[in-house]
Design a protein around this ligand. Structure first.
Ligand code: SF4
Length: 177
């Protein structure tokens, strides 16, 4: 009986080509659940604040609303340390490139929240200067309506984002695991 060589061992697939074993699926699912649970309670927001919605951001960050309950109370003012870009207020076309640069500097995985009517759709600014929704610049995961949105609506948005994170896949090695 011949001994398998390194070359022949290298071609042995872990599972049949085109299908994944149930053990592999189980491990992948449990890994995604664990990472999703950890990530949804450790959101680090980067507030990109430009206009009057800032007052509501300050309100929701105050102690009565206690966003620390959701693990989202600590804003980071470096995009490299943040995973949630909160676009708070009107974005002009001149600011659009800055917003895109900030988004690009954030590490993966990252999420974007459009905070208020202006960030969501341009609000009542129907003119050449305002961007009609930040989803024209960066991919938005959560939209918070309102002009300005109430803190309860922001908290609801954070909870919806947590659900989204928990239900997402969290690959750590390659696209399969
Ligand atoms: S949505 Fe309303 S409160 Fe918020 S930035 Fe726009 S105009 Fe101001």
């Amino acid at each position: 009986m011949s001994t398998p060589t390194n070359a022949s061992l290298a071609t042995i697939p872990i599972h049949a080509v085109g299908e994944k074993s149930s053990a592999f699926e189980y491990l992948t699912t449990k890994k995604d659940e664990l990472l999703g649970w950890a990530r949804k309670f450790s959101i680090f927001p980067y507030p990109f604040v430009t206009a009057c919605c800032a007052m509501e951001f300050m309100a929701v960050s105050s102690s009565p609303y206690d966003t620390d309950r959701f693990g989202a109370a600590l804003p980071r003012f470096s995009p490299r340390q943040a995973d949630l870009l909160m676009v708070v207020g009107t974005i002009s076309h001149k600011q659009a490139t800055v917003l895109k640069t900030v988004y690009d500097q954030m590490c993966e995985p990252k999420w974007v929240m459009a905070f208020g009517a202006c960030a969501t759709s341009g609000g009542f600014y129907q003119n050449y200067a305002a961007v009609a929704g930040v989803d024209r610049i960066v991919p938005v995961d959560i939209y918070i309506p309102g002009c300005p949105p109430r803190p309860e609506m922001v908290i609801d948005g954070i909870m919806q984002l947590q659900d989204l994170i928990a239900r997402s896949r969290h690959p750590i090695v390659n696209k399969d695991f």
